[in-house]
Design a protein around this ligand. Structure first.
Ligand code: URA
Length: 217
């Protein structure tokens, strides 16, 4: 995907006030009909510049495999493109007693990088957007639904885009197909949701298969 340099530079400037590092635009096939939107890069991703290559990435790959999708055939990105971190105590030798830990991006950080996702959605015009977790779901739809209530549902909805001033979201006129799923890291914190995850993936599978059938008939 071609990126206007001034868009990148302005997004980086908008993020400067916050505790974030690295910059990961996305990865995969920009011609794909499927866009997958996560939260923000973690430590591994920020170092390598590739989304979802850490532990959450392994889990995402497993779930994509279940859907019969290759990572190379979809486009993977996130609402914030820099790694949000916080300082935490550590006993590790040579660390000076503190280390950086990953954290979720807050609303201001998501807003700072909103022009990037807006641009990408306009350029790609994806048939389906998969929102991984509540941060992506809220950014894209503005809805505060509980993830458990919308998991794997196909939602026809406008997407939130930044206004011209760049400080508030407004809904698009166009309606998009959006499917919310748990963020792949969620199962690490709560292994009990595994059944719900696979039930939601089954819904996605049914939907994607139907789309393929419709197209070939
Ligand atoms: N979580 C995300 O949302 N994106 C990544 O790239 C890694 C973890």
């Amino acid at each position: 995907m071609e990126w206007p340099e001034d868009l990148i530079q302005s997004a980086k400037r908008r993020m400067e006030p916050y505790d974030t590092e690295g910059f990961v635009l996305g990865n995969g096939d920009p011609e794909s009909e499927i866009m997958i939107v996560g939260e923000a890069p973690g430590e591994n991703e920020a170092v390598k510049g590739i989304p979802f290559i850490g532990r959450a990435g392994d889990e995402l790959d497993k779930q994509l495999q279940y859907l019969g999708i290759n990572r190379e055939d979809v486009y993977i990105t996130s609402v914030a493109r820099s790694r949000p971190y916080k300082w935490v105590k550590t006993n590790k030798k040579g660390s000076g007693g503190m280390r950086k830990a990953n954290r979720k991006p807050n609303n201001k950080e998501v807003l700072a990088h909103a022009p990037l996702l807006d641009y990408q959605i306009k350029e790609m015009d994806p048939k389906v957007i998969i929102a991984l977790g509540s941060v992506a779901y809220l950014r894209l739809t503005g809805r505060k639904d509980k993830m458990t209530d919308v998991l794997g549902e196909r939602i026809e909805t406008p997407i939130q885009q930044l206004n011209e001033e760049g400080d508030e979201y407004i809904p698009t006129e166009k309606t998009y197909t959006l499917i919310p799923l748990y963020h792949p890291a969620a199962v690490f914190y709560n292994p009990k949701i595994k059944e719900d995850i696979y039930a939601s993936l089954d819904k996605v599978k049914t939907y994607l298969n139907k789309e393929t059938e419709n197209r070939s008939s």
